[in-house]
Ligand binder design. Sequence first.
Ligand code: SF4
Length: 492
Amino acid sequence: MSGTFMGMPAFPKAAHEAVNNPTLRANLRHATHTIRAKRAKAVAEVSDWAELREAGKQIKDHTLRRLDRYLVQLEESVTAAGGTVHWAADADEANRIVTRLVRETGESEVVKVKSMATQEIGLNEALEAAGIRAYETDLAELIVQLGDDRPSHILVPAIHRNRGEIRDIFRQEMGEWGRAAPEGLTDTPAELAEAARLHLREKFLRAKVGVSGANFMVAETGTLVVVESEGNGRMCLTLPETLISVVGIEKIVPTWRDLEVFLQTLPRSSTAERMNPYTSTWTGTTDGDGPQTFHLVLLDNGRTDTLADEVGRQALRCIRCSACLNVCPVYERAGGHAYGSVYPGPIGAILSPQLRGTASEIDASLPYASSLCGACYEVCPVAIDIPEVLVHLRERVVEGGPVVREGNKVVLKPAKGHAAERAAMRAARWAFGRPGVLRTGQRLASGTRRVHPRTLPGPGRAWSAGRDLPAVPAEPFRDWWQRTNGGEKDAR
Ligand code: SF4
């Protein structure tokens, strides 16, 4: 069973362990810098990139505003094409549905296409508890699964592993899961890929049930779309008799014309390719061709709560390209595991606290896992203003206390932590609302500036140990203004 993110410590603690691992740092730096440079080149080739980006943003916003209507249209289209649609309010319900559907086939194993949604709900673990084995078939996901590890990147889940580590995992673990690694396996990419190909092929040919997610769902025809690079997805989507797709409700686009925009921006933003090597589409079932039974499980799991937040809802535009991870200076050093979720990096820092609420230590710390440099916003192909959402979520954590989901409701709980920060913000608000008090306070601070401590006492000591407190000027700005502008009223 793959490791899970349950019970992760807060981001600073998890990140601290990661930044002290030189191998991890080297692997991450090499990989993110390589992908980042390639992406920049691929994007520069497109003269209307800014227009495509704006179009993607507007299509997603339009669709999210009318999500109820498009979801019903999608359900009708899928049903008319011979599929069955199931609605899952949360992870437990989605897992129960998939487990029941697999059981109904009489099978005890499934092959999987790489899917963030199924990782988000912990489907593999739920299936394993029900005696059903799920085999990951994406190369990087296979490495993660065989290594009993956790994914650390959206696109390249095993980015934290180098070739030598992968060779060792294949040698030690493949035999436990099926066909063993060839004798004398080396760490050359071609040999590693061939070992994975041989190992997976017997699973593709034997499997009766496939499980996938989808990158997009086209409402007008009920068509699902998966883009990938290795061809394993195409195998899982076409060879089994039953196909079960678990997809977040935000993955919908109204028409094929809308899809056209994302099929241009996604490959260039993610793998820096002009188009994906494999773009698979399927619409219900077709007699004598591909799976004869198709189930679509539409997953909410916190998405409608996120949609209710006017600032935070833009996170639902995400097309999971991972460009924001590859440019993030925090991700590059901390690695993906520190984010405590299948969604690492900048998008994870705004998505996880909204999908899961901020009740846990890790989720309350994620909005702070950023330098707010804005590089993530610059590269995002759907223009998600990640820094804006981060600041918004920080405000939520400090002011409102944890936002938790209780059943189908979002509830603001009284805050427990951050008491000092909250008290400081309240004092500042009180003073800024009273100009006379502020002026007196500033004069007092200027007059006593020679005796100000350079470090804060008590719990503030750790905070000030790594920062230089700004020197207080000898004369407050307002006094200087009055003096140098002939007694004009202060510049409020
Ligand atoms: S937030 Fe934007 S850049 Fe990051 S993964 Fe999503 S679409 Fe890509």
